[in-house]
Design a binder for this molecule. Sequence first.
Ligand SMILES: Nc1ncnc2c1ncn2[C@@H]1O[C@H](COP(=O)(O)OP(=O)(O)O)[C@@H](O)[C@H]1O
Ligand SMILES: [Mg+2]
Length: 356
Amino acid sequence: MPTTTQQPRIDPSPPTSPQMLPPPRVGTVGEAGPLVVTDKLTKTFGDRDVVNDLNLRLERGTILGLIGPSGSGKTTTVRLMAGLLKPTRGTVTVFGTPATKLSARQRGMIGFLPQTPALFPELSLRENLNFHASMYGLPLRRRKRIKELLEWVELRDQKSTRVSDASGGMQRRLSLAAAFVQDPTLAFLDEPTAGIDPILRAKFWERFRAMAGTGKSLVVTTQYVGEAGECDLVGLLSDGELLLLDTPDNLRRAAFSGEVVDVTLDREPTDAELGAIAAMDFVVGDSIERLHDRQVRIVVDSAERSMLDIGAALSSVGLEARDVREHKVDYDEAFVRVVERHRQQRAAETPAEANA
Ligand SMILES: Nc1ncnc2c1ncn2[C@@H]1O[C@H](COP(=O)(O)OP(=O)(O)O)[C@@H](O)[C@H]1O
Ligand SMILES: [Mg+2]
């Protein structure tokens, strides 16, 4: 049995899940400033930095999406933030307090969805929620809130099903409802949309957005890169490193260092002509790429502006643009590019004799 985390001190005995938060009390805290701050946050397992020098701030009313492939350190980051793991180096503070030293009152303001549900198998879905609510000392309007949450995760009709008879997906949905039972100020949600159908996923994001709209903050991990667009800030994780922390739009820009336009020419350009275009002012960093015989891809500062100028620029080198269109970079493409570029940089910095 894991020994690194506290168990809730409650009766009846809770399930022995290492990811369950200790029982808090409800209260309000009016601190200003960021809700979560990490400073060089590092977690090492064995000799591996699973989270490496992570620096970020989470402001109020913000959704931070932690996006990265399996094994990139999302769960470890969230568990460090929730105070379930101790940093090896660096710090993480929540409400201005080190995450492992939060008071019961502060914990009462945090909702937590572990990657693996922590539920009582013998209790029904509704009883589980009820239990969570009682842990948070939620006496008022509890029935109404539980009913509403069960409806939200579309489990109302299965509320009497025992957890042991519920599917994995149902358990995840129930755990998400449980994370919100006390109306948290701050929520850590570890893959809330994994394995959830797209319609329900959209509904989940709608509620997350609504919560952020009322000044609450959420840290949401996901492997669905496309969900970046739902976040205010995206943190791209790869091998325990935060490669980028920025708005979704800037993530797309960062992938190419600008916006991307695809230009179809009247004929195939020579290499010399391509070079001449690459050297033009509106082309970012000499970036031009042959897509097909007559089609080239150019990175520009502003696609909109260059659409207007590109015709004249090309005719100055004897070419004619037949079609100019912006290539909208999707998040998957952006993600792959940023991660690949980082790996190449890493490889370039680490010559063969490394490992010292
Ligand atoms: N308790 C642990 N002991 C040893 N290695 C761990 C432990 N927890 C996670 N890891 C390793 O840390 C890496 C990151 O894991 P995790 O944070 O779960 O990533 P993600 O949630 O992005 O899939 C993985 O390689 C995983 O095997
Ligand atoms: Mg994980």
